[in-house]
Design a binder for this molecule. Structure first.
Ligand code: AMP
Length: 369
């Protein structure tokens, strides 16, 4: 594939903060962006050349959008398969629709990982309540029931501490097609943001440690405190996933680190996100090439940038009212504020983030504050 030269136009499906930061990175390389999004509010469109506001099912609008760009990408994974198919008749779609289809369904995602020898929590399909009872016998409790589709930030999930709770869990997730997973007694949650270029080369950022509050990412510590061999293993797992998918672009790979007592392999994959990832926001200020620029480079057929970290960082999400503290953060030495331009600070809504930078090897310890 020939590289897309500066001056080209990138189509982005979705108008939220990830699209916004992709569009800003694209602008830095001389590209224009065209955002496609059904929502009334589209923060990405504030920083892009064009906006098409239309439903994802509007075949005419999709075709016109794809005809106006050199490549189509997306900032979230719940793009209907038919939408991706229509777009791909008019422009290259990167990452390819197959990766999207696999990652947007927890059953196909976990099955794909298993078939490629990548460790996950034990899991089983739950199509009807009887499946759940059978699966719990096999997997045991505690377990987590998760809807196959549209789950994020802990939505569409119910914990099952004892088998008697199965029926209530099935109700809680809305009786939707699901999987049940064994509960992983992890030591820490880490993630790797990895990129794969059009030439098949990969570049992984350092593994980071993530802390969640109410199932929403609260802070990312870069790097995760890991023995070098373990950090290499995490990067290698992420690189293998993108290679097996023949993926082009940036992917977030969420992993559980098991306690040392778990034995030989301590890493299991929880989830793959076929897009730039919240746990990669630290790269905006602690690496020469951010995950956003890296994604633009990959989908445009450019050489990948160096993922090396020049600083340590702690990324804190500004959720709901936290963004009201912008003035104090702006006055703080070593802090870089990023706000997403959202009008209303609803509880649980990601309004922005702040990257606090530290010299290499000097980031503060992880706290559960
Ligand atoms: P997910 O939506 O799959 O990323 O899950 C959201 C959060 O729930 C994860 O970040 C974990 O903290 C927790 N979680 C998900 N799956 C499991 C599991 N199998 N065992 C233990 N905790 C889990």
């Amino acid at each position: 594939m020939a590289a897309i030269a500066p001056g080209g136009t990138i189509g982005i499906l979705g108008g939220g903060q990830l699209g916004r930061m992709l569009a800003m990175a694209a602008a830095e390389l001389g590209f224009k962006c065209h955002i496609y999004c059904p929502d009334a509010e589209a923060q990405a469109a504030d920083v892009a050349a064009r906006l098409t506001r239309a439903p994802y099912e509007d075949a005419v609008a999709l075709a016109a959008f794809a005809d106006s760009v050199d490549v189509v990408t997306y900032e979230f994974e719940n793009v209907p398969a038919e939408t991706a198919r229509i777009l791909s008749q008019h422009a290259p779609v990167r990452p390819a629709p197959r990766a999207l289809a696999i990652a947007q369904d927890r059953l196909t995602e976990k099955t794909f990982l298993k078939e490629h020898g990548i460790a996950t929590a034990p899991f089983a399909e739950v199509a009807v309540p009887a499946d759940l009872d059978a699966a719990l016998v096999r997997i045991g409790t505690p377990a987590i029931l998760k809807t196959r589709r549209m789950g994020y930030d802990g939505k569409g999930q119910a914990k099952i501490a004892r088998a008697e709770e199965a029926a209530a869990a099935w109700e809680a997730i809305g009786r939707l097609p699901a999987i049940v997973e064994g509960f992983v007694d992890f030591e820490r949650e880490i993630s790797v943001v990895v990129a794969r270029g059009a030439d098949g080369g990969t570049a992984a950022y350092d593994p980071v440690e993530n802390l969640h509050t109410d199932h929403i990412l609260a802070r990312t510590y870069a790097p995760a405190a890991l023995a070098p061999a373990l950090a290499d293993e995490a990067r290698a797992i992420a690189a293998r996933i993108v290679a097996e998918l023949d993926y082009v672009g940036v992917m977030g790979v969420e992993m559980f680190l098991l306690p040392e007592s778990a034995g030989a392999s301590r890493l299991t994959v929880n989830e793959i996100a076929p897009r730039v990832h919240n746990s990669g926001h630290w790269t905006m200020d602690a690496c020469a090439v951010s995950q956003f620029e890296q994604h633009i480079r990959a989908i445009c057929g450019w050489p990948l940038g160096d993922p090396a970290r020049h600083s340590d960082a702690v990324m804190t999400n500004l959720i709901g009212d936290a963004a009201a503290g912008w003035a104090a953060i702006a006055a703080e030495p070593g802090a870089k504020l990023h706000l997403y331009g959202k009008a209303e600070a609803r509880p649980g809504r990601k309004m922005g983030h702040v990257n606090r930078l530290f010299p290499l090897g000097k980031r503060p310890p992880v706290t559960s504050r």
